[in-house]
Design a protein around this ligand. Structure first.
Ligand SMILES: Nc1ncnc2c1ncn2[C@@H]1O[C@H](COP(=O)(O)OP(=O)(O)O)[C@@H](O)[C@H]1O
Ligand SMILES: O=C(O)C1=C[C@@H](OP(=O)(O)O)[C@@H](O)[C@H](O)C1
Ligand SMILES: [Mg+2]
Length: 176
């Protein structure tokens, strides 16, 4: 049973899913979850450590389990997924069967600048890359992943990616 309004944010690493997700959850007065946080909590290990100790394959397995667990609950919530989540193990079909998927389609140069200026945090695949390498990596990820991202029920794109714009645009689309 999966009643409740489940808003699931997807998009490239650095698109702003975690940041906007928290703001959106506050605005909607919904619980907030982040699939990376759920994985780290369950396995008591940070994402980069999981990648280095167990490898990406195991991370993707645990990521799919985390999505299955949270999406089968009957509560409303906002869920920010990790950038790769929609692209493995039919997770995008699962997300679309249980919730309203929202793709943050942020321009690559905006994302690249954000990743370059922020700590790499939970993104081992960007560890040690310079600005140009980050942009190339994002281009390659987008080429592999936009097939899945474009299956989202709502796509937020444009130039202004402030939380205010995203909120206004999303609520308009949810109402339509
Ligand atoms: N609207 C925004 N404007 C400026 N910086 C942002 C915005 N949203 C997110 N960021 C910054 O970009 C980086 C990635 O954001 P994050 O929410 O972690 O993205 P994701 O969860 O999609 O990987 C963080 O340093 C964050 O502070
Ligand atoms: O794009 C990806 O494959 C990943 C994105 C990360 O989450 P964010 O999208 O929140 O950075 C995290 O799940 C992991 O490093 C893998
Ligand atoms: Mg995130």
């Amino acid at each position: 049973m999966s009643k409740g309004l489940k808003v699931v944010l997807i998009g490239l690493p650095g698109a702003g899913k975690t940041t906007f997700g928290k703001q959106l959850a506050k605005e909607l007065n919904f619980p907030y979850f982040d699939s990376d946080g759920l994985i780290e909590q369950k396995h008591q290990m940070k994402i980069p450590m999981i990648f280095s100790v167990y490898g990406e394959g195991k991370f993707r397995e645990w990521e799919s389990e985390a999505l299955e667990d949270i999406l089968k609950t009957d509560q409303s919530f906002v869920l920010s997924t990790g950038g790769g989540a929609p692209c493995f193990n039919d997770n995008m079909d699962l997300i679309n069967s249980k919730g309203i998927s929202v793709y943050l389609d942020v321009p690559l140069d905006v994302i690249s600048q954000r990743l370059y200026s922020s700590k790499i945090q939970n993104r081992p695949m960007f560890e040690g890359l310079d600005s140009g390498e980050i942009t190339l990596k994002l281009k390659s990820l987008l080429a592999q992943r936009e097939y899945f991202y474009n299956q989202a029920k709502i796509k937020l794109s444009g130039e202004d990616f402030s939380a205010e714009y995203l909120m206004y645009e999303l609520i308009n689309q949810l109402k339509s």
